[in-house]
Design a binder for this molecule. Structure first.
Ligand code: FAD
Length: 288
């Protein structure tokens, strides 16, 4: 099933998982998956290494496992910067074999230790390449506060438009904690003529190191009310987790009330947190 079709029917609600580190067993992710599938999200996306960490085979296995469950549709992330056209074609052939038709086409982060292969420069190059090769559902990433390398927001939106014109039929946003930043971005995208559905990326922050890592990686701004809550409970792990869950639920309630196309929950492979959030918001999901 092509995920794009779901946006015509309802507010889409999806999860993201990542393959385990080399030192952990894949069974731990499979156990998490079982719990997540029980929450019946519209799809589960699986991250894929841009190169270097060697977990790409595991990403495919996890996506296959989701497909085999017949309960939830998988989406595979596919970063292109460190892959050649031949290598991407091999991955596409593998996806065909496994019946996986939903792809999040990405450039991938540039790793200073890995010289890019230069056959794909931007995600839009990959979108065009995949579009020519078959009948896939292709999504793209977007950045409510601008991509960290973009000259400015206008240039970033302009580039996002190219990605949509190349064939990305829906978008998933980078995580953010300030809904107003997302609404401003939605408005700019609309003015630029980007008319595909945009899912809002929500990350429930449940521990202190996670906040520091995420913010340094993606540059999301932290609203004063978020910082206050995190500071108040930083030395109380249980309270911090509950405050993080409550903050994410508040964000989602506000987004759905404002007619968002979908919510993409960065689960961090934490089924407990995903369950608490899903249970809190499932009655709000709108059907069209
Ligand atoms: P692009 O769309 O190519 O944009 C990258 C930069 O280039 C932007 O600054 C953009 O403005 C600029 N640009 C784009 N097109 C042009 C053009 N034609 N001319 C000039 N400038 C241009 N990374 C992984 O490695 N694996 C994952 O699984 C993964 N999953 C992700 C999931 C989501 C939802 C998101 C938001 C990000 C994910 N990432 C993942 C991270 C992503 O790979 C990085 O953010 C990366 O730096 C940019 O990828 P992109 O696809 O948005 O790139």
């Amino acid at each position: 099933m092509k995920i794009r079709e779901l946006f015509d029917q309802k507010t889409v609600f999806s999860f993201e998982v990542f393959p385990p580190k080399k030192t952990s067993s894949i069974d731990t992710v499979y156990k998490t998956l079982e719990e997540l599938e029980g929450l019946t999200p519209d799809f589960i996306s699986v991250t894929f290494s841009a190169g270097g960490s060697g977990n790409s085979a595991l990403a495919l296995d996890i996506a296959s496992k989701i497909k085999e469950s017949n309960a939830v549709e998988p989406m595979i992330h596919l970063p292109c910067i460190n892959y050649s056209r031949a290598e991407i074609s091999e991955v596409l052939a593998e996806l065909d074999k496994r019946g996986i038709e939903n792809i999040l086409a990405l450039r991938g982060d540039i790793n200073p230790d890995i010289p890019p292969k230069k056959e794909f420069r931007y995600a839009s190059d990959l979108v065009s390449f995949i579009r020519e090769r078959g009948d896939y559902d292709i999504a793209g990433a977007c950045y409510p506060e601008g991509h960290i390398e973009a000259e400015d927001m206008v240039a970033d939106i302009h580039n996002l438009k190219r990605k949509v014109e190349a064939g990305a039929s829906h978008l998933i946003s980078q995580l953010f904690f300030d809904n107003d930043a997302f609404y401003r971005f939605q408005e700019k995208a609309q003015i630029a003529g980007i008319d595909v559905p945009i899912e809002a990326g929500i990350m429930p922050v449940t521990n202190k190191s996670q906040i520091e890592r995420m913010v340094s990686m993606c540059g999301a701004s932290l609203p004063a009310k978020f910082v206050k809550v995190m500071q108040k409970y930083e030395n109380n792990p249980e309270a911090l987790r509950d405050a993080g869950i409550a903050y994410a639920i508040n964000q989602i309630v506000d987004l759905i009330a404002n007619g968002v196309d979908g919510i993409h929950l960065y689960t961090m492979n934490n089924a407990y947190v995903a369950r608490r959030i899903t249970e809190a918001v499932s009655s709000l999901i709108e059907r069209k």
